[in-house]
Design a protein around this ligand. Sequence first.
Ligand SMILES: CC(C)(COP(=O)(O)OP(=O)(O)OC[C@H]1O[C@@H](n2cnc3c(N)ncnc32)[C@H](O)[C@@H]1OP(=O)(O)O)[C@@H](O)C(=O)NCCC(=O)NCCS
Length: 216
Amino acid sequence: MEAPAEPAVAAAAAAEGGDDDGRGRKGSWYAVGERAVLVPYLREHVPRYHEWMQDPALLEATASEPLSLAQEFEVHRSWTLDPLKHTFIVLDKELIEGDFVVGNPHTEAMIGDVNIYMNDPDDLELAEIEIMIAEQKSRGKGLGQEVTLMMMSFAVEKYGIHTFRAKISDSNTASLKLFRKLGFKDASHSAVFKEVTLEAPAAELPLSSPLTIGSW
Ligand SMILES: CC(C)(COP(=O)(O)OP(=O)(O)OC[C@H]1O[C@@H](n2cnc3c(N)ncnc32)[C@H](O)[C@@H]1OP(=O)(O)O)[C@@H](O)C(=O)NCCC(=O)NCCS
């Protein structure tokens, strides 16, 4: 396994060079799992992503606000530039037309996204994780669990993350069950936001290692 990068080094590398469409800045990777492939969030993915985020149930589950398509492109751009955020689009292998090809966004197979955000200024090795399997037809097949584990393996290998955090609405039974099943423990509850914060040390998670990662 590659040595985990120091956060400062990773952030500096992330801020270097490259373009702003997700292909050069921060480094761009893909990862291959058993049933899912993670690919960088590219401009080609934005229209479908935007369609997903018109669904009131998904907006509520992810605590998001509806955006215009132009705003979604702007959010995509800002995520791409932010050295503390890393987003993958999830492809369902069963939906990929032909073979998976590095460099092809495979929009036909996109079913959700998974991201980490190193948003604690006192600890850049702590990452908040979010997962969304937006397509109903791909739910309940183990993809959410697989890609959550893949994202965390990636975060440990590339950014040296030691602790993961998830903030989940009280009413989101599916997501709470998923994270608790993986070993996350309740850390706090906000009555105001009606949300549970769960945490897990990376060392205690059933991470797949080494993960099959390649350069995009
Ligand atoms: C939560 C979510 C990611 C689950 O994805 P998924 O691919 O359907 O989940 P999996 O098939 O991998 O299931 C893994 C575990 O999650 C839990 N789970 C998933 N769907 C569930 C449901 N409908 N009811 C109860 N538990 C559920 C179970 O513990 C399941 O393990 P099990 O099958 O051994 O019981 C998906 O429903 C989703 O994206 N929802 C909307 C967005 C969201 O809520 N994101 C979370 C914000 S962090």
